[in-house]
Design a binder for this molecule. Structure first.
Ligand code: DGJ
Length: 748
């Protein structure tokens, strides 16, 4: 095959281009993706997404695609056009990826292939393919990135106004569009929920028509998460074909799963065009968010493991710490460099004060909590809401980011110092995008919030949303937070966001395109966090939005962890965590052990059960430690020590979801260390079981011919035995019983 190929390292990702045929083949660890030019370069057609194929296979795929012509005139209405990225224009009726309006009122796109570049950088290969409108100054660059050792394909697009005179109005712009191969039936799995019940797994059968998942709330949302999985209805946790995608965007988004009139399924997604449009000035570019996809034949479990490993190696906290961000908050970096590849540091065991003290924080009270936290083994102590001026309740204070002198007479310094002396790092809560009308900031700048002149400013939790698209607001927030982080030795920031947008007006921009604020808010949010991370490289971030309302690939690139849910009832958490881990790595899933009965559900659960559930992710403690007995402290100290032992396996290993409480009373996770030398099983029993006996759990991911020993009991088993006959769980199978079993491979 003639053409250009970049890759070539054994086992590495590669992208090859056959110039003569006009095709591209992207090969990942075990999968491949292909597309090619059609219509003399006026269209880019999808060809293939499935198991890895040799380059020679692409010619046949292209021939098949070109042969797919209507047999007679009227069938052209049902013509199958698998456009890689669907431009609105011509005879096209499926969901567009891109819709624009030119200055003379023309609203249809006609483009032509205008060149391509393939480059290798930091273990990733990137293809950029240019399409230029044949009559107007719009260039669209479709970007594709594949990574050595992974089956994840990352896609995005860049829009450029290459003219010198006229603006172009962008009315719909999706990050990518994914075509699925022909199958008789599809099953869509997605994550839905609400406050206190995030990441619940839902299923639907997408038939003819569209199935839309979206957020119109300005943030990712509790209601739906920008992740999907599609399979022909036959996949299980451990086997079968699965295609999955996740979008890197933390504002209003939309995924459209559409079966076209020709019977093919595609999923387009990106910024939600509802109430949005954006003007692209001459010379300006708009880099759209990335949308990653993967294919596996190993079922839902393999899809999750691929997402987890890729996120850890290439996404988490890779936020721009290079200082590229300028104070002009909306500047786009010239390119989107491949993220550095490394394994993130282990997450510390954290304490958070929210459920213990709510707004009633004080120097003494926090010190007392910190002393107990340190005794039981906590590594990072976080003061939640309530530490700043006016914040005695949720009616006041947001926006004024200075310490409340009544609560901390000598500032935060003495508490931070004490926490340090106790051997912990110090963290703090902020909610920068918000303001209470009862605040000095709002009294000085009532025009800084989203609003329409003659409409009610609807409050939610007594707060309004600041318009981050305004550079003066962005400057204020950056400076307030930079000052906070420059003062005391703060190493952790929990960035909260407790309400959705309403009345998203920006009167000062009337007549321009104030609707761009939907997108510019999020781009500025990213830019502020990126700039803070560059200025304060020792500070870790957590994303929170009234629990799990802002969990997505976009924010994960800028934080080390996320707050999973305000529902800390460990039994409810089992289902939330099962949904969460479909899409996101356990290491970012912050899980606190809180008091019993639970503040939200009133449910009483044993301390060991609460710990064993929280140990399935990144462990935190959120209880009122002052009320704990010596026995509680001793039990917690033992469990935290145990967590530290299994932490590298839980946070850095491969997750196998062995049993689901959706199917029976027992839920169980198994984690296998990256090098296979250790495995951890966590099992949790729900209520209402009928004489369950001593169940056996068939383990996964072990070597048949290796022996694994439980250091607690000395019992050893062959991998083959654990996989076939299962591990007999220790007694403990009662309502809300739980177990932790550690198995170490015996080498030699
Ligand atoms: C919502 C968060 O999810 C909670 O953990 C806590 O930080 C509160 N906000 C504080 O107002």
């Amino acid at each position: 095959m003639g053409g250009i190929s970049v890759g070539g390292i054994s086992g590495a990702a590669d992208i090859s281009h056959d110039e003569a045929a006009g095709t591209w083949l992207l090969r990942m660890r075990s999968t491949a993706y292909a597309f090619g030019l059609a219509g003399d370069g006026t269209a880019v057609r999808h060809l293939y997404w499935g198991p890895r194929v040799p380059p020679q296979a692409v010619a046949g795929l292209l021939a098949g695609a070109r042969a797919d012509q209507p047999r007679e005139r009227y069938r052209s209405w049902a013509l199958e056009r698998p456009d890689e990225y669907v431009p609105w224009g011509g005879i096209r009726f499926d969901e567009p990826s891109l819709k624009v309006e030119y200055a003379d009122g023309t609203r249809a796109i006609e483009w032509r292939y205008a060149g391509q570049r393939i480059s290798r950088d930091r273990g990733a290969v990137t293809l950029e393919l240019d399409l230029a409108d044949v009559a107007y100054d719009l260039t669209v660059t479709l970007a594709y990135r594949v990574y050595d050792g992974f089956d994840v394909l990352e896609r995005w697009a860049t829009l450029r106004n290459t003219g010198q005179r006229d603006p172009i109005v962008v009315r719909q712009a999706h990050a990518a569009n994914w075509w699925l191969p022909p199958r008789d039936r599809w099953r869509l799995r997605y994550l839905h929920g609400g406050w206190g019940a995030e990441t619940q797994i839902a299923e639907a059968v997408p038939g003819p028509g569209k199935f839309v998942l979206e957020s119109r709330r300005g943030t990712t949302s509790h209601q739906f998460n920008p992740w999907f999985s599609l399979d022909p209805g036959t996949a299980t946790e451990e086997s079968g074909e699965v295609w999955s995608g996740e979008l890197a965007w933390s504002g209003s988004w939309k995924l459209v799963c559409e079966q076209t009139s020709a019977g093919r399924l595609h999923v387009g997604g990106g910024w939600n065009e509802f109430d949005w449009s954006q003007r692209l000035a001459p010379g300006q570019s708009l880099v759209l968010p990335s949308f990653a996809g993967l294919h596996t034949t190993g079922g839902f479990g393999a899809a999750s493991r691929e997402w987890h490993a890729w996120q850890r190696a290439r996404v988490l906290g890779r936020g721009d710490r290079t200082g590229l961000v300028t104070p002009r908050w909306h500047a786009e970096p010239a390119a989107r460099p491949a993220p550095v590849a490394d394994e993130p540091a282990l997450r510390p065991v954290l304490y958070n004060s929210w459920e213990a003290t709510s707004f009633a924080v004080s120097q003494d009270g926090q010190e007392r909590l910190a002393e107990t936290a340190a005794r039981i083994g906590v590594e990072c102590f976080v003061v939640d809401d309530g530490w700043f001026r006016g914040r005695d309740h949720d009616h006041a204070g947001l926006g004024d980011w200075t310490v409340d002198q009544a609560k901390f007479p000598r500032g935060l310094g003495p508490l931070v110092k004490r926490v340090g002396e106790l051997g912990m790092t110090f963290g703090i809560w902020v909610e920068p995008e918000m303001v209470n009308p009862d605040s000095d900031l709002y009294r000085a700048h009532p025009d800084w919030v989203y609003h329409f002149g003659n409409r009610t400013r609807s409050e939610h939790r007594n707060q309004l949303v600041l318009n981050l698209a305004r550079p003066d607001v962005a400057d204020y927030l950056y400076q307030s937070l930079d000052r906070l982080l420059s003062g005391d030795d703060i190493r952790f920031v929990k960035w909260d966001m407790n309400r959705p947008f309403s009345e998203p007006g920006w009167p000062a921009e009337a007549g321009r395109d104030p609707e761009r604020a939907w997108v510019e808010h999020v781009r500025t949010l990213y830019a502020i966090i990126d700039a803070l991370r560059a200025a304060h490289p020792g500070v870790d971030f957590e994303s929170c939005s009234g629990g799990g309302g802002r969990i997505d690939l976009g924010i994960l690139g800028r934080v080390e962890q996320v707050w999973t849910s305000d529902n800390t009832d460990a039994w409810d958490r089992v289902a939330i965590q099962e949904g969460f881990t479909q899409a996101y790595a356990p290491s970012v899933m912050m899980a606190w052990v809180t008091d019993s009965p639970n503040y939200l559900t009133g449910r009483r659960l044993p301390l060991s059960f609460r710990f064993h559930v929280a140990m399935a992710g990144s462990l935190g403690i959120g209880a009122d430690l002052i009320q704990w007995t010596e026995a509680d402290e001793a039990e917690a100290a033992g469990l935290i020590a145990e967590y530290k032992q299994i932490r590298p396996v839980v946070q850095g290993g491969r997750l196998y979801r062995l049993a689901s409480t959706a199917a029976g009373p027992l839920g169980a996770h198994q984690y296998v260390a990256a090098d296979g030398a250790e495995a951890v099983v966590l099992a949790w029993w729900g209520p209402g079981q009928c004489e369950p006996g001593r169940p056996r759990l068939r383990l996964a991911g072990l070597e048949d011919g290796a022996r694994y020993a439980d250091p607690a009991t000395g019992a050893a088993h062959w991998g083959a035995e654990l996989a076939r006959d299962g591990l007999e769980l220790p007694a403990g199978a009662s309502d809300f019983g739980s177990v932790l079993v550690r198995l170490v491979r015996q080498d030699g």
